[in-house]
Ligand binder design. Sequence first.
Ligand code: HEM
Length: 231
Amino acid sequence: MNGLNKALSSTIGTKAVVAVTGAILAFFVLGHMAGNLQLFLGQDAVNTYAATLKGMQGPLWLARVVLLASLIAHIMGNLKLRARNQAARPQAYAQKKPLESTLFSRTMLVSGLVLLAFIVFHLAHFTLGMVEPGFYELHDAEGRHDVFSMTVLSFQQPLIAIPYLIAMALLFMHLAHGVASLFQTFGLRTPKWRDGIDLGGRLFAIAVVVGNIAIVLACFVGLIHPAQGAF
Ligand code: HEM
């Protein structure tokens, strides 16, 4: 146990924790986006999907615990690596231009912090119903939580849609760099594979973010509209 603790708190161990938890979170956002695309299929599809997930209380809570633990370990690990980097290099470089630095890599802390704020807001919005209680309390004809109408009515409002779109732009930046650096941590981003992995990271980020943006915009412009009777 002591050995495991030591291994995990070494720089390599911390990098591995950051990479594995990043992969878990990245797969979650991909799966979540794919599930949410059912908004294009209409009220019954979305509400059935949401009710099915909520009906599986055991797996749902397991997934929530794994996600929360991953998020905390991902943030703590990154902060630890940053602190170690700075301690090892107390004097700022005369010319601050790290090798292979890109806009996305330099803004990982900022994009990560904005995403953390987004997650807190998003949970308050859709999971806890604290942002728009009126939409959260809607039920469909079968008495199920009307996740479809709640989501569509929310994204019809610019004050909700625009912050979501901004958060998605930052999610793109965070994922595009994060997915590639995950491969780097495990030594797979070799010169031979580097371009392919970087492209793959960007394509992954594009898939997640384009799917999410399509949902927000489709509701905003009225392509997906609220079910009859919901307001
Ligand atoms: C525009 C894109 C998104 C839409 C339309 C969306 C939609 C939703 C909806 C409707 C719920 C509540 C589901 C229910 O009550 O049954 C939800 C929950 C959640 N969303 Fe999103 N989401 C989006 C993006 C994201 C992103 C980018 C993340 C993570 C960074 C995320 C993380 C979560 C989490 C953790 C939950 C709570 C799940 C639970 O109840 O345990 N969502 N989302």
